[in-house]
Design a protein around this ligand. Structure first.
Ligand SMILES: Cc1cc2nc3c(=O)[nH]c(=O)nc-3n(C[C@H](O)[C@H](O)[C@H](O)COP(=O)(O)OP(=O)(O)OC[C@H]3O[C@@H](n4cnc5c(N)ncnc54)[C@H](O)[C@@H]3O)c2cc1C
Length: 391
């Protein structure tokens, strides 16, 4: 019965790849469609600017994943989605589906000058490679200012991504120390919110601010970003932060492709789903990951580990829906913030849920632990190492 259901998963990131794996495991006839033929593991991109990793080091071949997990892969650009007609359009071709999983992530918020005058590690992988080249130029020159920051989405605060900005900053600081250039290259940090990092809990935020002071990093908080210029960042009151290299992590925004579709969506353009990860107005369409307006507390944040939990829940729920066997599961109880924030020399463990907020420094072993997680993640996805439950 399951083999006769045509299931398409669109998007080859955390949510899409895990959905395809789990649905295939359940016996569905799954095709994953993505415009990249590699799964780019964004959390490991924090080490590209410092030259420790390349795009290849942190990517997995999707055709190889498909072979190992027995699903079909098609490289293609999804151009349109219809819930009512049960159709998607891929590079001009219309395909019919029985069930659909939407997992195409989120494009980034745009500020004037952002594309020309700043670099990010959250967009296309080659941008991170170009950024590594720019960092190298400053190091070779031996002087200058590097500004690192992140922004929000006023229509959806959960689309903010602050953690990686802190990680890039601390890793760069560590690199400059090692190169004995820290006194010659200035580091500054900027964010439009008055208390950046508060989402991770009060304790984490205080620890970060103290870390800034200890490392002599100048901060600019609480002023909106007006534009990115070749020589710096202009804030709302026309105050200019001088910078020779600007690194910025923009918040996510709704995808135009989905905003043009008939799928229910939030004011910010994210797909609206119920507690079972089904799109509000079509129960044969599921959605997961950054593309989603997910339910949960006010401090919630879109994260990769949540995308993977949602993918497992989707596989279970679709199975129950088709066979009538078992019980649907909800994802809301799994909403938390979980992050190992790397600084290059150590890392901190950050966890927040409805009941508690933890911040724990992991001196000596933290950095190695995060690197080890990267190796484990790649090996277990490729079935070269057993999956540890919950990881
Ligand atoms: C630098 C960085 C560090 C991070 N660190 C952590 C961390 O430590 N822990 C954590 O839990 N989370 C972390 N995150 C967040 C995490 O990476 C995201 O939440 C996660 O990638 C979301 O997965 P996704 O599958 O929804 O989207 P994505 O990973 O963005 O994947 C979307 C996929 O869809 C494809 N796609 C998009 N549009 C189309 C289209 N029209 N047609 C076909 N394919 C399309 C893309 O090519 C991509 O393959 C980090 C993010 C970044 C950027």
């Amino acid at each position: 019965m399951l083999r006769h259901q045509k299931v398409y998963v669109i998007g080859g990131g955390f949510a899409g790849v895990e959905s395809a794996i789990q649905l295939s495991k359940r016996g569905f006839n799954v095709t994953l469609i993505s415009n990249r033929d590699f799964f780019y593991i964004y959390p490991l991109a924090i080490w590209i600017p410092t030259g420790e990793k390349t795009v290849e080091d942190i990517s997995l071949s999707i055709p190889e994943l498909a072979r190992r997990h027995k699903f079909t892969f098609r490289k293609g650009n999804v151009e349109a989605v219809s819930g009512a007609k049960k159709e998607i359009v891929i590079d001009g071709e219309t395909l019919h589906y029985d069930y659909l999983v939407v997992a195409i992530g989120a494009p980034k918020m745009q500020t004037p000058g952002i594309a020309q005058n700043s670099y990010s590690i959250c967009g296309e992988p080659d941008e991170a490679t170009r950024l590594a080249g720019e960092v190298q130029k400053i190091i070779t020159k031996g002087e200058g200012t590097i500004a690192v920051g992140f922004g929000g989405n006023p229509k959806d605060p959960s689309a903010v991504r602050g953690g990686p900005a802190f990680e890039i900053l601390f890793n760069l600081e560590h690199l400059l120390q090692k190169k004995k250039l820290r006194d010659k290259i200035k580091l500054v940090f900027f964010a439009p919110m008055a208390e950046p990092g508060k989402r991770m809990g009060e304790k984490s935020m205080k620890a970060l601010i103290k870390y800034f002071a200890d490392l002599g990093i100048q901060e600019y908080f609480g002023r909106k970003i007006k534009s990115f210029e070749p020589d710096g960042i202009v804030l709302e009151d026309d105050f200019k932060i001088k910078s020779d290299l600007t690194i910025f992590v923009p918040a996510g925004r709704g995808n135009e492709l989905l905003m043009k579709s008939d799928l229910a969506q939030s004011e910010a353009g994210f797909v609206k789903i119920n507690g079972y990860a089904q799109v509000d107005n079509f129960n044969h369409v599921y959605a997961a990951g950054d593309a989603v307006d997910f339910l949960g507390p006010e401090w919630k944040a879109k994260q990769g580990h949540l995308a993977e939990v949602m993918a497992k829940i989707i596989a279970n729920n679709m199975y129950v829906q088709v066979t009538g066997r078992g019980k649907m599961h909800g994802y809301e109880d799994h909403v938390n913030i979980l992050c190992v924030m790397d600084t290059g020399r150590e890392a901190s463990f950050i966890f927040r849920d409805d009941n508690k907020a933890h911040f724990m420094r992991m001196p000596f072993i933290g950095h190695q632990m995060k690197q080890l997680w990267g190796h484990y993640f790649r090996a277990s996805k490729m079935k070269r190492f057993p999956r540890i439950p919950g990881m």
